[in-house]
Design a protein around this ligand. Structure first.
Ligand SMILES: [Zn+2]
Length: 181
């Protein structure tokens, strides 16, 4: 059964995330609405951020560019780095149920691994030459740590188009987020 595109409104997405304890997050260089929540995964205090593909004026992005993306981030001394495996969810009528599942997957311990070399969380990243996904060290940019895990077959199973969507803009200049108490 083909799912039909359902453009989510600003009010709908706001109500959904606030209801789950998320707060709106302003990120430099990011136009779409972003919601974030502090979560604990594997004993780490992380920020789960959801890039909604709904613009601040209330317009949903067009079909094809409308995926809602979820990514965990960790605060380290050098900055804020993505960790774990990104998730995504399309804007279809069942988006609420799908998004709840995507949030569960994003915070599932099975989608969170530690670097065998330095012990910091890993992140699913994409090999630029062959397009394969792999688990790499989240601190690679800062420490050059090349701790990796996984092989080609495993990487294929873990393939996700999201790793292309992740950009430095969402990391750079992003204030660490604290939820209201
Ligand atoms: Zn490492």
């Amino acid at each position: 059964m083909a799912a039909h595109f359902y453009p989510i409104t600003r009010d709908e997405i706001h109500e959904f995330f606030v209801g789950l304890g998320f707060v709106p997050l302003k990120l430099k260089g990011v136009v779409e609405l972003v919601y974030a929540k502090i979560v604990r995964v594997g004993g780490h205090r992380l920020s789960l951020r959801c890039f909604t593909a709904v613009n601040p004026n209330g317009e949903c992005r067009e079909k094809g560019t409308d995926a809602i993306r979820l990514q965990l981030f960790m605060r380290v001394e050098a900055g804020i780095v993505p960790v774990g495996r990104p998730q995504k969810c399309l804007q279809v009528e069942s988006w609420r149920a799908n998004l709840r599942k995507a949030i569960e997957r994003a915070t599932d311990l099975n989608n969170f691994r530690l670097c065998p070399a330095c012990g910091n969380p890993q992140v699913v990243r994409q090999n630029r030459s062959n397009g394969d996904d792999f688990w790499g060290c989240s601190l690679f940019r800062f420490t050059g740590c090349k701790g990796k895990r996984g092989n080609a077959q495993q990487a294929a199973q873990e393939r996700t188009p999201l790793s292309r969507a992740r950009g430095p803009a969402s990391i750079r200049g992003a204030a660490w987020h604290e939820p209201p108490r």
